[in-house]
Design a protein around this ligand. Structure first.
Ligand SMILES: Cc1cc2nc3c(=O)[nH]c(=O)nc-3n(C[C@H](O)[C@H](O)[C@H](O)COP(=O)(O)OP(=O)(O)OC[C@H]3O[C@@H](n4cnc5c(N)ncnc54)[C@H](O)[C@@H]3O)c2cc1C
Length: 304
């Protein structure tokens, strides 16, 4: 099998940015994407520079694909990569049936968000169901917000959102209430009611939530929901390759997005617990591509 220069797994902002840079280094690139990531929901990004009215992330992905289509040395394939393995001089990635080989590998696989999964939850994500103050806090100023989560992190986020609106409640949506007495006192002090119950269903339409109905029968009216139930980094392929993960579960990279496995790079949300932003993903993808390109030069072209 012929080996391409670089395989990129993930076609979100990180992977597409990596592919663009690699394309422009005149490398042969394969991008794999299944389109279930964070950049595939309904949100409009208002903090990505250069778009005065904001830009839907899905549109940003489409624009990036159009940009990549100008480079015959890049192919985007819609397969789930289920396995990755090291080979002499490179790597193989496997989908259900096919396999491909590359000399370098960029992992841009993102994270899996733990949004509340009530019936019909998905159309609300990015329209009235959010997870990130940096992304969507500003548009939610003054709104009636239900924060969902059962940890001190959720309590902290509820209090941080309090700087944008005074209409905040916290719903634990859990069997166990893990809020520490310290954070419970702080919530009390901030005047944020805590409801210990679980979500049963929602009322709303066109992506806009009107109320959450709890298993205990409460009807909680709201304008927006902020889910602080965490996310899991998509690191199956990294683990198969022996790429070290941090205690947080995210892939460890250096400032050039190199992992400690030569030829393997990681970019975007999968690389750190914080800075989950399109700007960071685009930057890290570009950086990973540049590092991979340098790795591919023969030794006689490098001074170090
Ligand atoms: C509701 C919401 C609002 C947001 N608002 C903002 C905002 O306003 N501003 C901002 O900067 N950021 C915002 N974000 C965060 C932003 O979307 C992410 O930081 C960004 O999408 C991360 O890019 P990524 O490429 O790392 O991951 P993703 O966008 O998640 O892309 C990863 C891709 O990899 C694919 N993939 C994963 N594993 C495999 C595999 N094994 N095989 C093939 N394909 C695979 C997935 O299907 C996915 O398409 C928001 C996110 C959400 C959910």
């Amino acid at each position: 099998m012929r080996s391409v220069d670089a395989i990129v797994v993930g076609g979100g902002p990180a992977g597409l940015s990596a592919a663009l840079y690699l394309a422009r280094y005149n490398r042969e690139v394969l991008v794999f994407d299944v389109g279930h990531g964070r950049s595939t929901h309904h949100q409009r990004n208002h903090n990505y520079l250069g778009f005065p009215d904001g830009v839907p992330t899905t549109e940003l992905r489409q624009l990036a694909l159009q940009q990549l289509a100008r480079y015959p040395n890049v192919r985007v394939l819609h397969h789930t990569i289920v396995r990755a393995e090291a080979l002499p001089g490179g790597f193989a990635v496997h989908a259900q049936v096919h396999e491909w080989e590359g000399r370098t590998l960029v992992l841009a696989t993102g994270v899996l968000d733990h949004f509340p999964h009530f019936p019909g939850w998905e159309p609300y994500v990015g329209r009235s169901m959010f997870w990130c103050i940096t992304c969507d806090g500003y548009e939610n100023r003054g709104r009636d917000i239900l924060v969902v989560g059962h940890t001190d992190a959720a309590a902290g986020e509820a209090m941080q959102l309090h700087s944008l609106t005074d209409r905040i409640r916290l719903l634990t949506n859990s069997k166990e209430d893990e809020l520490s007495p310290r954070f419970r006192r702080r919530l009390d002090g901030a005047g944020i009611p805590v409801i210990h119950d679980r979500i049963d269903s929602a009322e709303g339409g066109d992506g806009m939530l009107r109320a959450i109905i709890t298993r205990g029968g409460q009807r909680l009216e709201l304008e927006s929901l902020f889910s602080i139930q965490g996310a899991t980094p998509e690191t199956v392929l990294a683990r198969q390759l022996g790429v070290p993960l941090a205690e947080t579960g995210y892939i460890v990279v250096d400032t050039e997005q190199k992992t400690s496995v030569p030829g393997v790079y990681a970019a975007g949300d999968v690389t750190s617990l914080h800075s989950h932003q399109v700007t960071a993903a685009v930057h890290e993808g570009a950086q990973a591509a540049s590092a991979a390109n340098y790795y591919l030069y023969p030794p006689e072209l490098k001074a170090d």
